[in-house]
Design a protein around this ligand. Structure first.
Ligand SMILES: [Zn+2]
Length: 180
């Protein structure tokens, strides 16, 4: 496995509508999905979409894990999480319900947090890494990450939900920090 380079805004790959994965191509995707999961965990992040590693295909990896309860006198610097990894190919939101506000970040938009309104619960249909159809019911953080990553497949970014002035300031700051 190896770490992949994460595409950073304004990389044009982030704005392309990703192509569906053909059934005959699923078998060969395993190494890419493994690399995407490793890259997401290393970042660290809770979701990563194909376009974010310059692969304009409809695939995402998601792992919001489940927090482990720690005793109070044994607080680690980083809270370890159990892993609950999903590989989702050609994911589609079939049903959504409720609303939830959350301040979202994105590995392709360093140091940006955007308050977003999302559906509180989503039902997602996809194929898993074996090409089998699966249905995933997400709520809370999992619902948010699924919506965020599926947006990436359509070329949408949380930056689109930032007002023009704040957006321009952020883009200037991003350019400067990349030059430095
Ligand atoms: Zn993102």
């Amino acid at each position: 496995m190896s770490l992949l380079t994460i595409a950073i805004h304004p990389d044009p790959v982030l704005r392309k509508v990703a192509k569906p994965v053909a059934p005959e191509d699923i078998e060969g995707l395993r190494p890419l999905l493994d690399d995407m999961a490793e890259t997401m965990h290393a970042a660290p992040g809770v979701g990563l979409a194909g376009p974010q590693v310059s692969v304009s295909k409809r695939l995402i990896v998601v792992d919001v894990g489940e927090p482990i309860m720690m005793s109070q006198d044994d607080v680690p610097s980083e809270t370890p999480r159990t892993s609950r990894l999903y590989h989702l190919i050609n994911p589609v939101i079939r049903d959504r319900d409720g609303t939830l506000e959350w301040e979202e970040g994105c590995l392709s938009l360093p140091e940006l947090l955007v308050p977003m309104e999302r559906s509180a619960r989503v039902t997602v249909e996809a194929l898993n890494a074996d090409g089998d159809p699966i249905t995933l019911h997400g709520e809370g953080l999992l619902a948010i990450v699924l919506q965020h990553e599926i947006d990436h497949l359509d070329g949408k970014l949380i930056l689109d939900h930032v007002g023009r002035i704040k957006r321009n300031l952020y883009i200037d700051r991003l350019k400067k920090s990349r030059r430095a």
